[in-house]
Design a protein around this ligand. Structure first.
Ligand code: LAN
Length: 727
């Protein structure tokens, strides 16, 4: 586990580029997006298993026992654990497909185009294959892989496909243009798309809502200073202000000139009245319509733009550039996420030049975001889900106390978690509105250096569980002060309402939501408290306290109490709990139950009863549970066509709540056993991840982690003899 712990990069075989290209031919029948838009992460899994000398996925049963021969839950659990650990990477983490959103790949492609970074023919071909595979029957692309066509998805991915080499007269391109034409052309693309197309030169900056860099000169005590926004909103706004201030436009090649007519079929580009389209958003894309306040601000900023004082603009640009450089440095050029990674790179190119050392450092981290599955190469939603998946995998394996059979793998996982803790605050923390990072764990790797409250707690819990089981890595247990640092960070992040946010303590009021400029997402302006985060922090703090009862004991107990008060307020009248970061009510219920169980307050029994009643009301005839991402959008439980990973979350919640209906629990367990493949895997089904209310995202390891966790909980709580449940 070296200094680049967890870094994942896919590279074409230098040996034979032609072979690689062929591997991505779209006619590869292994992947059928019509039946199921999800890839099953076959390439990584193939590599991980065969490298270890294990049979390729889906071939031979790992224990010589076909599913039918698994007599007990414990048998299924063993095979599930073996399969899960067979997917571990050599440096001890779990890698997996973290794709799903459809507005990321175009950003990378446009960035590479305007900065003349050569991604190489195999990469370009693989990216194009991905786009072809996921184009919908009507020629459009959606916001994410399960969503219907949107203007953002279609206009951006059309442009990306053309930049990657899709010919203008191909039927796929023509179909896409007719879709665009039917919607009136790309003039109604949402804000982020307007910016990307302007950078490319296929939209006019005049048609972009003003985002003046002077915003960074305002005092931060002004509530609408972007320093008070949710870090993702802030870090995306940052490069936008700089690109807007510079009115950056890439080279006007013949291809870009052609896109100027292709994206607006039937309209003469030169005659478009751009300013009229600033607030023109395609209705298919709208999740958060502009509010009157937003329109007012936009009008004021538009008026300012006409008089913009040159010296203020210069000072604003300088402030934005300094901030951009700081984010690049702090995150080791990975950046907080894929959106600002691509935007920041364009800024770095524009302000420091293609030959600068800074730009080269950026180029070196592009591949961190590119991930390959059988459906082609996508730009991932993050630089990976390394720490998150690893923490969950470890806890799932440890749940039933069956870790001894995979001790070497667990030791490697511990070493990875050890190497992934952020050891210090990032440079320039104060100057650039960062919160403490010392002692935290990120969602991906230490290099990213943006700790998340729940990732910190899950990392800590996994590490504690491994140490308790005797599975510390090569360097032994983590020193106590490393746990102290983690807990200090968690305590510092708690919100005033008692709940926990994602990356930073909430800095503004929820009224800021009325300034949400990203029409396609909801609830992105401040770092709200969430059920999942709050539960993870309560559990993390409680487990820490079990191990180190003397450290900040009073503060920890108080923090847990305040967290519990927040949790109790979140239950909805029907007994359900809304989950924000995975789909949806089953996920929320699991976290809520675990928080309540951890706090161990007898008065909460009624909350648990209502939770069980809600979950049981959603159990399907096959014994499982399945929700679609629409649950998250509509905030109402939406049944999926088939049962899914949600079965494991529902079971974990029911088992945790000691649901008296043991039959229902057993039926759920039977569903998991029946869906397990002969080699211990579980089938890839619908999207189970979500963010910002509206955008689905894949967590391909969840299909292995959570069934193992749920079966482990079943075996442990209902004791092993009882767990002899014939499949
Ligand atoms: C993530 C990924 C992980 C996720 C959990 C840890 C699961 C969650 O419990 C807390 C929130 C967090 C950290 C999270 C926040 C939003 C992210 C970063 C993402 C869903 C991954 C991608 C998404 C990011 C915002 C996507 C880029 C798009 C923008 C709107 C900027």
């Amino acid at each position: 586990v070296g200094p680049l712990a967890g870094r994942q990069t896919w590279r074409p075989h230098a040996r034979d580029d032609e072979d690689t290209l062929r591997a991505f031919e779209p006619e590869d029948k292994a992947f059928n997006p019509v039946k199921n838009p999800h890839a099953a992460d076959k390439l990584l899994r193939y590599q991980m298993r065969t490298q270890k000398g294990l049979p390729a996925p889906g071939t031979t049963p790992s224990r010589g026992a076909a599913a039918a021969a698994r007599a007990t839950v414990v048998d299924a659990l063993r095979d599930g654990i073996d399969h899960l650990v067979s997917l571990q990477t050599p440096d001890g983490h779990w890698a997996g497909d973290y794709g799903g959103p459809f507005f990321l790949l175009p950003g990378f492609v446009i960035m590479a185009y305007v900065t003349a970074v050569d991604l190489g023919a195999p990469t370009r071909s693989a990216l194009l294959t991905y786009l072809r595979n996921h184009q919908q029957a009507d020629g459009s692309w959606g916001l994410h892989l399960e969503g219907p066509g949107t203007m953002l998805g279609t206009a951006l991915n059309y442009a990306a496909a053309r930049l990657l080499g899709m010919a203008k007269d191909e039927p796929a391109a023509a179909l896409s243009r007719s879709w665009l034409k039917a919607q009136g052309g790309a003039v109604s693309i949402p804000a982020w798309g307007k910016v990307w197309l302007s950078v490319l030169g296929a939209y006019d900056w005049e048609g972009v809502n003003p985002v003046p860099p002077e915003l960074w000169l305002l005092p931060t005590w002004l509530p609408f200073h972007p320093a008070n926004f949710w870090c993702h909103a802030r870090m995306v706004a940052l490069p936008m202000t700089a690109l807007y201030g510079a009115r950056f436009i890439g080279p006007l090649s013949p291809l870009v000139t052609s896109l100027r007519s292709e994206l607006y079929p039937g309209t003469d580009y030169a005659s478009i009245r751009w300013a009229d389209h600033r607030l023109n958003i395609c209705p298919l894309d709208l999740y958060s319509p502009h509010t009157p306040l937003f329109k007012l601000v936009s009008w004021v900023l538009g008026a300012y733009e006409r008089v913009a004082v040159p010296f203020l603009r210069r000072a604003g640009m300088a402030a934005a550039q300094a901030y951009l450089d700081a984010e690049d440095l702090q995150s080791n050029y990975v950046c907080i996420g894929p959106v600002n990674k691509a935007f920041n790179m364009v800024c770095c190119f524009a302000f420091h030049g293609p030959d600068s050392a800074l730009f080269r450092k950026h180029v070196a981290r592009v591949r961190d975001y590119l991930y390959v599955c059988e459906d082609g190469m996508r730009v991932q939603g993050y630089g990976g889900s390394q720490l998150w998946d690893t923490s969950f995998a470890v806890q799932a394996v440890c749940e039933a106390g069956m870790g001894a059979s995979v001790a070497p793998q667990l030791r490697r996982a511990h070493a990875f978690i050890d190497a992934s803790q952020v050891r210090d605050d990032v440079p320039l923390t104060k100057e650039f509105h960062r919160d403490t990072a010392r002692g935290g764990w990120t969602f991906s790797t230490a290099d990213n250096a943006w700790p998340v409250a729940d990732c910190t707690c899950e990392g800590m819990r996994a590490s504690l569980a491994l140490e308790a089981g005797g599975f510390a890595g090569e360097d032994g247990e983590l020193a106590a002060n490393r746990y102290f640092a983690a807990v200090n960070l968690v305590l510092a992040y708690q919100n005033a309402d008692g709940g926990w946010p994602t990356y930073e303590r909430e800095r503004g009021g929820s009224w800021l939501e009325s300034l949400n400029p990203a029409e396609v997402f909801g609830d992105i302006m401040i770092d709200y408290s969430y059920i999942e985060l709050t539960s993870a922090c309560i559990q993390g703090l409680a487990e820490f306290q079990g191990r180190f009862p003397g450290h900040r004991a009073a503060q920890i107990s108080k923090a847990i109490d305040r967290g519990m008060a927040f949790i109790r307020r979140q239950q909805r009248p029907d007994g359900s709990w809304y989950g924000s970061w995975a789909v949806c009510f089953t996920y929320g219920a699991w976290f809520a139950v675990e928080a309540i169980r951890t706090a161990g307050n007898a008065d909460d029994a009624a909350l648990l009863d209502r939770t069980c009643a809600f979950l049981l009301s959603k159990q399907r005839d096959d014994g499982g549970w399945g929700e679609t991402y629409l649950s998250c959008l509509k905030k109402e439980y939406c049944d999926a066509p088939s049962s899914n990973v949600q079965t494991a979350w529902a079971l974990l919640a029911l088992i945790g709540a000691q649901c008296p209906d043991r039959d229902a629990v057993a039926r759920g367990v039977r569903f998991l056993l029946a869906s397990q493949t002969k080699d211990g895997d579980f089938p890839q089904q619908q999207t189970v991840g979500i963010f910002n209310r509206s955008c689905g995202i894949s967590y391909s390891n969840y299909r292995n982690i959570f069934p193992v966790w749920a079966l482990g909980a079943y075996a442990r709580r209902y004791d092993f003899q009882d767990a002899t449940l014939v499949g």
